[in-house]
Design a protein. Sequence first.
Length: 181
Amino acid sequence: MKRLVTCALVTGAVVAGAFGGGTAAARDPQPTATPAVIEGIYSCREIAEADRRLACFDAASAALAAAEAARDIAFADREAVRETRKGLFGFTLPKLGIFGGDDDESEEFQTLTSTIARAGEYAPGKWYFVLPDGARWQQTDSQVLYRDPTRGEEIVIRKAAMGSYMANIAGRRGIRVKRVD
C-alpha cells in the first residue's frame, strides 16, 4: 500500500511538472525596455528653456546617430517588420518582442500564400517545396499526392494544431509540412 501511494505521488509530480512546469517559460516576455539613447531624446522634451532643450536634442540626436552607425541600435518601419515576420513564418522562435509586440498575431501571420519555385521528392511519396523567397518546406505526413506539385502552382501554408503546419497545393487536399530552411 505504501509503495502504491509513493508511486501515485511520483506520477502526480511528473504530470504536474510536464503540464504546469512550463507555464513560467511560456509566459509572454516583458515589453522590451526603451534604449537609453532613445530615453535621452525623450528626456529633452521636459526641458522648459528653449536653448537648453535645443542643446539637449542636438546632443541626444548625435548620440542616436552614433549608436546607429555603431550598429548598437537599429530601426525598422512597420513594412520591414511585416516582411521579416513573413520571411520567418514556419520557424519556432522565442517571443522576444523585437518585432513590435507579438500581440499583432493577425491573420496575415497565420497563413502564407505563395507559389512553388521548385518541388521534388526527398523520399518515396514525401515531397519538398521551395518558395520564391528560398523558404524550404517538406512534407511530414504520408498523405499521397495524386498529382505531382509543379513549379508555379499556388501553395497556401497555414498554422495548424500544436505548432504544426498544413499546406494546400493548388486547392488540393492538405498535407502536413514543416519548414526546414
